[in-house]
Design a protein around this ligand. Structure first.
Ligand SMILES: [Zn+2]
Length: 289
């Protein structure tokens, strides 16, 4: 499931590829995504130019001229492919591989672009969605307006953290998964952050010490930036169709490591798995307190 780093890498790979390209046609193979695609609105981007792409939390924002913004959430299995003028297909991030035969039946929307290039939105499980907004109303979008700060922004700091948790009875896992508190983290990265922060996922936030909060903030930033860097940033990094699965995902320290030994050199603990709010949590039974 794509989290912030996976989506950031999609953005980086597509920026140079799509900038100033014009949408020539849009073909909807299946518009029944999490929200049904508005056929009237999507047709309105035909003839428009890609101006820029940005990311907020796990949302991609494609800015067109005439003040139109295409908001995309990748859900569980959403992905973009880019097809160049020689019909060569590229992936745009590191969390999936190209599987030509299988992919085709899940290509939901195909954007024909200038110079015979294509942008394909593919989604097996169809939990992603594509919506169209006006740039001037962007901040008011229900998807964006309640989001907390980005982990890499300076707004995510100790004052903000301590202020937010005042009087709250929650676990740290639950807090870090809350998009209103911090935007873009999901189950995988939260497990990793808490492992390096030395804090158990089921710890109550009211009992956190200052130094623990500081470590959680520090490792949120560190792990997210590392995942983005390892994820690559240009489409050529992913051009091989046999492409090895992304980088950071091969370097998980705790996620999915049930009953393995703790990877910290000075720790002889074992990784345990518990379920919090229906999501698997992994932690070391010794060095996470
Ligand atoms: Zn340990």
């Amino acid at each position: 499931m794509p989290e912030l780093p996976e989506v950031e890498v999609v953005k980086k790979s597509l920026i140079n590829k799509t900038q100033n390209l014009i949408v020539k046609a849009v073909k909807i193979n299946d518009g029944r995504l999490r929200y049904k695609i508005d056929r009237y609105k999507i047709k309105k981007i035909i003839g428009l130019k890609f101006k820029k792409i940005s990311r907020r939390s796990k949302y991609l924002l494609f800015f067109f001229n005439k003040g139109i913004v295409m908001l995309v959430h990748l859900g569980m299995t959403g992905k973009f492919f880019f097809v160049n003028s020689k019909s060569k297909k590229y992936k745009t991030s590191f969390y999936y591989d190209i599987n030509d035969e299988n992919d085709k039946k899940h290509d939901r929307v195909i954007f024909d672009l200038s110079n015979n290039q294509k942008l394909i939105y593919n989604d097996i499980r169809k939990f992603g969605f594509i919506k169209f907004l006006k740039n001037i109303n962007l901040e008011q979008s229900v998807h964006l307006k309640y989001l907390g700060p980005e982990p890499l922004s300076t707004k995510f700091n100790i004052e903000y953290f301590k202020n937010y948790i005042k009087g709250k009875e929650r676990t740290i896992k639950d807090l870090l998964m809350d998009q209103k508190f911090i935007a873009g983290l999901g189950n995988i990265y939260v497990n990793e952050i808490l492992f390096f922060g030395g804090v158990r996922p089921d710890r109550k936030i009211k009992n956190l010490k200052n130094f623990e909060i500081q470590k959680i903030i520090k490792f949120s930033k560190k792990i997210i930036s590392k995942a983005i860097i390892l994820g690559g940033s240009s489409i050529k990094d992913f051009s091989s169709s046999s492409g090895k699965k992304g980088s950071f995902q091969q370097h998980f320290s705790v996620y999915g490591k049930k009953e393995e030994n703790c990877s910290k050199t000075k720790c002889d603990g074992k990784i345990k798995k518990i379920v919090i709010a229906n999501r698997a949590s992994f932690f070391c039974n010794k060095c996470q307190k």
